[in-house]
Design a protein around this ligand. Structure first.
Ligand SMILES: [Zn+2]
Length: 169
């Protein structure tokens, strides 16, 4: 049996569809990083910087004290019915909490953590799932090299549009 089904589930806190009416000020600010090793933290930060570079602007800032939408990152161990879930985002108008599973950082899945991180930040910014498995916002994630330049461009474009829409409300 193929063991590559890495399920990502996310919930819209407060019910589907109404969260856009709330005001969320971007860029997002890293408000907490919990449970990661030093190596994982540096991989995480590298992935965030790369996202900022691709977006052509700061989407998530490391600068403490910056005003913005707080994002919390937490490392979780796989367990129970959600053991194959590699990432999870819970958000409302005040904050976004991202859980990344230690599975995403396994050496045989190089680049998976980056895919999952970008995907979950997409959720924090209001993006929903895409129906094509080749897209970064598909509900399962693959190692980063799986995604075409076009797919990454589409993701970053959607992310930027959503942030602009959200911030202008
Ligand atoms: Zn998702």
């Amino acid at each position: 049996m193929l063991q590559v089904v890495l399920i990502i589930v996310s919930f819209l806190a407060g019910g589907c569809g109404n969260f856009r009416q709330h005001y969320r000020e971007w860029p997002a600010v890293i408000a907490g990083i919990e449970g990661f090793t030093e190596a994982q933290t540096s991989e995480l930060m590298g992935s965030i910087r790369e996202l900022n570079r691709n977006a052509g602007k700061i989407v998530v800032t490391e600068e403490p004290g910056t005003m913005g939408y707080p994002i919390f990152f937490r490392l979780v161990e796989p367990k129970g019915p959600s053991e194959r879930r590699v990432g999870h985002a819970v958000f409302d108008e005040f904050k976004c909490e991202i859980d990344l599973s230690s599975i995403a950082f396994k050496s045989d899945r190089k680049g998976l953590a980056k895919s999952v991180l970008w995907h979950e930040i997409g959720h924090c910014a209001g993006l929903e799932h895409e129906s094509e498995s080749t897209e970064l916002m598909y509900f399962t994630s693959f190692p980063f090299t799986f995604y075409s330049e076009g797919a990454l461009d589409r993701f970053v474009g959607a992310l930027n549009r959503s942030i602009i829409q959200m911030t202008s409300q």
